[in-house]
Design a protein around this ligand. Structure first.
Ligand code: 6PG
Length: 251
């Protein structure tokens, strides 16, 4: 089988984020060269705070880059928990990425309305034919992974993990007692390039399970992207899985 998973283990989170940014910038430049634009989807959380400033330093024609979000907390765009706010402050306002190229989830709106509007905005940006139920192929999907192996806002046990047709959905996350809007599995799996930035000792055990355990994304949602076209796992030393785990991941 073609090797599709690449493990990049760095000494620390800063270096892992720098390595992740370097690859993302390469893929962005390649997409622009090949297709005239780059369509990328970013996650939130804590590790992006180290990644985003590195992206902002990149030598890229940002007018040709469209930025979407893998998921969003249903809060206003100025709220400290907003994934948009994090990206805007550390990345998007700096190169700058044209406002029209930033496609945020309207976290201030009703979740279902926000999800429907976001799905429509994605369909328009990609020129999708709604009747054909086309799935958009992002050039890059950037993910983190929780210590419960969640990605995006797809947490263990989430019914939407079985939704292989939709583009985005509003989900009430019991564990957080909060609403989220998230991209759905088919979109995450359609990415040309998938990068996961995973850091900290707390991630080593769940990552090992993601790589070694039989495919069961309801239990280990990060397994959804294990066999994507091109998957890059950017890790710091504490998050490093076993050699067995990494060889499973490459299989
Ligand atoms: C979010 C993210 C979420 C994140 C993981 C890992 O909105 O919180 O999309 O899926 O990627 O929780 O977060 P860390 O970056 O803190 O490891």
């Amino acid at each position: 089988m073609l090797t599709n998973s690449y493990f990049h283990v760095a000494a620390d989170t800063e270096q892992a984020a720098a390595d992740c940014a370097t690859l993302m910038l390469d893929r962005i430049r390649e997409a622009i060269a090949e297709r005239g634009r780059a369509m990328i989807a970013l996650s939130g959380g804590s590790t992006p705070a180290k990644l985003f400033p590195r992206l902002a330093e990149g030598e890229v024609d940002w007018t040709r880059v469209h930025v979407f979000f893998v998921d969003e907390r249903m809060v206003p765009p100025t709220h400290e928990a907003s994934n948009f706010r994090l990206a805007q402050s550390l990345f998007l306002a700096l190169p700058p990425v044209p406002v029209a190229n930033v496609h945020r989830v309207r976290g201030e709106d009703d979740p279902e309305d926000a999800a429907a509007a976001y799905e429509a905005e994605i369909a328009e940006a990609f020129g999708l034919d709604a009747e054909d139920e086309e799935i958009p192929a992002f050039d890059i999907v950037h993910l983190g992974m929780g210590d419960d192996a969640h990605i995006a806002s797809l947490f263990p046990g989430e019914a939407a993990i079985d939704d292989l047709d939709g583009i985005a959905a509003a989900l009430y996350v019991e564990k957080l007692d909060a609403w989220r809007v998230t991209l759905l599995p088919a979109v995450l799996q359609a990415a040309r390039c998938t990068v996961l930035l995973i850091a900290g000792a707390g991630k080593a055990a769940p990552l090992e399970k993601v790589l070694v355990q039989p495919y069961n994304p309801k239990q280990y949602p990060a397994q959804l992207v294990r066999h994507n076209l091109e998957v890059h796992w950017f890790l710091d030393q504490p998050a490093k899985p076993s050699e067995e785990g990494m060889s499973h991941g490459r299989a």
